[in-house]
Design a binder for this molecule. Sequence first.
Ligand SMILES: NC(=O)c1ccc[n+]([C@@H]2O[C@H](COP(=O)([O-])OP(=O)(O)OC[C@H]3O[C@@H](n4cnc5c(N)ncnc54)[C@H](OP(=O)(O)O)[C@@H]3O)[C@@H](O)[C@H]2O)c1
Length: 286
Amino acid sequence: MYAVTGITGQVGGATGRTLLNAGLSVRAVVRDAPKGAPWKQRGCEVAVADMNDVPALSAAFTGTSGVFVMIPANYDPEPGFPEIRAVSAALASAVRAAKPPKVVVLSSIGAVGMKPTLLSQLGVVEQALGDLATPACFLRPCWFMENSTWDVESARDRGVISSFLQPLDKTVPMVATADVGRAAAELLQETWTGKRIIELEGPVRVTPNEVAATFAELFGHPVRAEAVPRQTWEQLFRSQGMKHPEPRIQMLDGYNQGWIEFEQLETVRKGQIALKEVLKGLIGAK
Ligand SMILES: NC(=O)c1ccc[n+]([C@@H]2O[C@H](COP(=O)([O-])OP(=O)(O)OC[C@H]3O[C@@H](n4cnc5c(N)ncnc54)[C@H](OP(=O)(O)O)[C@@H]3O)[C@@H](O)[C@H]2O)c1
């Protein structure tokens, strides 16, 4: 029995589906009981636990062969990341109490680095769960191809995608969340001791211009990428309601300037799913 948190989301969902397809049993960890219904129908046990609820998380992780842990994304964290520190502490307490034989933790490229970015939140999680006696594997994927979901409507209606990734002809490591979930499910079935880090990207790196060209191919009309000028980001993000845009800006700078990169390029695992397949799915879902 594997416990999977975030199973109603992209990566957790893919992790759960991969395990079920392999004939393995899954405990779906959801925060709202009704959201567990489709997973119950697929044969899962369902546990209800909010990420901050230590007793509920402990119960959800008890009696398992392994736990997949993810933390919800927070694009506008308070300085010092108090929200993620609280969730990380709750998850660590639950793992300490439940003593599963291993945890696979969804982290990110750039989780550990010199400059504070949004991705540093994953470094906080890594530290909290890496300090435990339980064997922990930190899965560090790169930019999710599904982030292009924000661009589907403008590509369809206006033939343009606004890109914070720039220059537009610079390749970016991207990966499909289905590949991330599959990797997590495979790691849950492995045995190791201590701490592991697994880095993951898609089959090939792609440029924002290639993302636009792929949308163009799928829509059958021209689509171009347009760089959002760097000097407008802070005002733009604040106008969209962000209170602390700096970590997000630093993350984008890190990708664009190339200092957000994998630590061990020669051992990075490769996913199989191409951008075109992911964009096709995103378009179909709209
Ligand atoms: N986007 C990227 O390019 C990228 C790259 C590398 C790493 N990451 C990391 O990937 C993670 C996001 O993964 P994802 O895209 O699979 O997430 P997602 O699709 O947004 O799903 C989030 C999941 O977390 C659950 N959740 C939210 N708040 C919760 C709470 N308080 N208690 C319990 N469950 C809660 C959601 O449940 P509900 O359905 O109930 O809302 C949902 O199942 C983040 O940690 C992010 O930093 C992202």
